[in-house]
Design a protein around this ligand. Sequence first.
Ligand code: NAD
Length: 485
Amino acid sequence: MIYETQPTASHYVDGAYLEDTDGTPIPVIYAATGARIATVHAATPAVIDRALTAAARAQTDWARLSGRERGRVLIRAAQILRERNREMSVLETCDTGKPLQETLIADAASAADALEYFGGLAGSLTGEHIPLGGDWAYTMREPLGVCVGIGAWNYPTQIAAWKAAPALACGNAMVFKPSEVTPLCALKLAEILTEAGAPAGLFNVVQGAGEAGQALISDPRVAKVSLTGSVPTGRKVYAAAAADMKHVTMELGGKSPLLIFEDADLENAVGGAILANFYSSGQICSNGTRVFVQKSVKEAFLARLTERLKGVVMGDPLDEATNFGPMVSEAQMRIVEGYIAKGVEEGARLVTGGKRAARDGFFLEPTVFADVTDGMTIAREEIFGPVMAVLDFEDEDEAVARANATEFGLAAGVFTRDISRAHRVIGALKAGTCFINSYNDAPVEMPFGGVGMSGVGRENAKAAIEHYSQLKSVYVRMGDVEAPY
Ligand code: NAD
C-alpha cells in the first residue's frame, strides 16, 4: 500500500494526537485485501477522562462566542475538507473498502456540506419574543454542553461531521467515538477542525468498542449522546442515557420498502432499486431492501435489473474504474453470507449473485432474490449487505399495508408516474425519510432520520438544531407584582 494510513496516534484530545498503548490494540484491516494497514489502541479510562475534561473546558469558552464566529470556523473547515477531498477520500476508501469512485463524491464532500450548512446557520440561531399584553417573554437557545457522538462503520467521515457540525454550531463541544472497524477518518476531521481555528478540546476523538462508548455515555459531564448504529446498540445506549435523563439522537437500522408501480418509468425504477441496494455494497442504513414490484411488471423489472448489474465493476477500490467494493470486514461478509443461505433455504428464487467473488478481500456479488414473501428472514431482518429482496404485489392498499408491517421506519420510496398516488402512498408509509421517483438522496438541507425502531431525532437541516440546543424561557413583568398577601 502506497498510502500512509497509520495515524500519528490513536486519539485526538485537547487539540493534539494522544497515544496510550495500555489500551487494547485494534487492527485496521483493508477490506479489499484483508491486510492490516494500521493499528490503534482503545481508549483507557485516562484517555476518556482527558477528552471529557478538555471538552468541558473548551465548551464554556466556545459557547461565549457569537454564532457567526463559531460558524466561521466550521466554514473554514469545510473549505479545507474540499481542498483535501482526494486525500480524505483515499483514507475513507482504506478505512471502509468503499470504491474511490464513491468516496470522492459522497464522504468528505458530504461532511463539508454539513460544516458549511451549519456554519452558515450558526449566526442566526435565536430564540423568540413572545408578547403577552403588557408583559412579555423571550426564549434563548442555549447549547446542551458536552455531546458524545458514536459512529457506525459505513460512513466514518460523514457520520462524524453530521454530528459535529450542528453540535458545534450550537455552542457544544464533542467527544466522538468512531466505530472500532473504521477508526481513521474522524481523526483527520479533528485535525482539520483544529487547523480551521477550533479551540483545543472542542472536538475530540477517542477509539474503542462498546465499552468505551458506555464509559462516555455514563459520565456525568455528558449532556447528550448521538448514536449511529444498529437497533440492539441503540437500545443499550438509549437506556444508559436515560439513567441521567440525557438527550439522545438515535440513527439506527432499517428494512425500508421501495414500491414500484406498473406505471413507473422502468429504467428509473431499476436505477432507483440499484441505488437503494448496491451503493456502498449495500451497507447503507436507509437502503430500500424490500423492493415491492407490481406483479404485471415484475419479470420485466428483474430482466432489466439483471442486465444492468452486468455493469458492476468489482476490483481494487482505489482504482477509480471500480464501482463495487467489498464488505467492510470479514465478520460482516459472514453475516451477509448467512442471510443469503437463509434466503435460499426458505425458498426465495435466487435471480443473480449469491456468492463470494473469486478474489482476495471480503467481496460478495450483488445478489437479487425474487418471489420473496413477507415472512422470510431476508424480508424481515436488516442484512446490511448487497442483497435485494423482490416481493410482488397486486394493488396499492396491499403494498402499503405490507410495506408498513415492520418495526423499522427509517426510509421508504415509491416509483410511479401518477402524481396523486405518489403523494398518497408516501403519506401512508411509516417512515422518516422518503423518496418519490428517487432513492437515497441525503442533502444536508433535508432532515434525515427514522420512526419506530429506526430512531429518535433528526440529523441535518434546521431540524438538527432542535437536537443540539435547548430553550430557556424568560417571563418579563413590566408592571407591579400582585401577590395575594
Ligand atoms: P453497531 O451498533 O454495532 O455499532 C455502532 C457504534 O456503537 C460503534 O461505534 C460501536 O462501537 C458502538 N457500540 C456498540 N455497543 C455499544 C454500547 N453498548 N454502548 C455504546 N456504544 C456501543 O453498528 P455498526 O455495525 O457499526 O453499523 C451498522 C448499523 O448501523 C446498521 O444497523 C445500520 O443500519 C446502522 N446505521 C444507521 C444509520 C442511520 O443514520 N440511521 C447510518 C449508518 C448505519
